[in-house]
Design a protein around this ligand. Sequence first.
Ligand SMILES: [Cu+2]
Length: 558
Amino acid sequence: MSAMRTEGAIVSQTLTIDNSYPYPTSSKPMPTANYQYPGPPIYANENDILMIRVINKLPQPTTVHWHGLSQKGTQDMDGAVGITQCPIPPNAEMNYTFKATPAGTAWYHGHYLDQYADGLIGPLIIRRKVEPNQQYYDTERILMVADWYNDLGRTKLVSWYLNAKNPTGIEPIPDAIVVNGKFSESLFVPTNGSKHIRFRIINAAAFSMYTFSIDGLPLHVIELDQTCVQPYKVPSIVLNVAQRVSCYVDLNEFDQTIVPAEVSPTKSIYIRFQAMADMYPVEIDTYIPPYRTPLFPYPIFFNTLFLGILSLDSSNSMPTYPANQPRLNNPGSGTPGDTNMLTARPFFSTANIVPNATHYLKLVITFRQDSSNISRGYLNDVTYGITQLNTSNKTAIPKCISSPNMPLLYQMATSPNGLGIPSPIITSDSPLPSIQNDGYGHYLIPYGAVVDILLENQDEGEHPFHSHGYDFWVISTSDYPEAEQLYRGAYLKRDTVSVPASGWVKIRLLADNPGAWLFHCHIEWHMDAGLIAAFIVGPNELLTQGYKIKTPPKRFCM
Ligand SMILES: [Cu+2]
């Protein structure tokens, strides 16, 4: 890719979505992009036009979502089934055309039928015109971590999970961890002579939170999701599902004392992804999923530690020291106090550009059994995508319908003033007008509103919430409530925030992107359980800004 390219160049890429079998030991048909797992990295420069031709060769419908891209003015390119488009049928194709913004480490993944959990993931890297921390590294590597399941999500795991026989809602527990498609102790990362390496780490897991570290090396964090931060030194980093972190390492800082004197000098060191065992609702060391087909040797329990190998001399030898030795703590200025790393500071000062809130929205997260004894996720007592599809009482059918065959975006364009969602009203919760919903999880947000969203988590699990169409300022969390005052006017922007277990998060969103946007927990199983809201932003402005329902995407709506 030439450094001389002008802004707005067209970057064309074809992604063929088809089943593939990347592992000889697994007969699981994995929906993948271009027969690779993960799919090929897509690179663009900031403000390029991405033209991605997605060809569906699966026997099922599919879509691709471009996680972290704002899709301003290209609302129907977001890939969210039922929200912005109907799914691409088998043997059909769709061109996704959109601007490469904001810059940073993004990714793409399937957004239908659990295809993302089953293998449809890939990196999407958007380079900045000026990369502010570029002087600290001379090469970069992508590390895309994911949960491996022996079984397919849609055909096996979901039907087991959302079932009256699983009344407490035990999520499918991963069988292994994969990074860049490799299992533990088989991923080698050669340094190729470089001493200063940037890692772009992407948590593409369906379920697990990961702590990332490299033995004996401090990590210098320079980007969180797609926001540049002032270099921030830590011994390890936590990433919840869908979050991204970039850090660089300086091999001159390697702490030799981690290698015991009695072993020969090591030419490689371990890269660690430690899944957070706390979040699994079962005893991980002895758990055998009830749905698992007996294998020999049996049982095999999930190992929550993934080891990769950073090869210092690029010979891909194994480290000489034992992986399980008691280790000294990595050097650094202390572990970040919270997953969202609010103490990291934006590189580009946002002082005085964070607007004051004009509206308020409280979203309460709960899990409980529905009337069929199936455990479901609720936002403000609504489990998304269930009631409105199964209702037999015609008078209860909402004006806004969540259906794979009728995207909310088309409903907005067809009937901008007849969506049946109340306007904001003053309530006892806040002096600001509160955003309302229609009882089915559709929230009407006025165009230009600055919404303070309080996510109150009454569940005992930590939930990574992601907004389509927007990044947002993270104001404070129950782990770090003082951040609101401490960083007033200079909050950090992310597109995925981790809501602490039995805690809360406050974010601020500037609703300057009219359209229909999902706001949801990014744990795939929780999406299936209904932990989703849809933001309907500025229906009239959508039309006045020129949006029209386009074919061919519309022809997929049968
Ligand atoms: Cu969740």
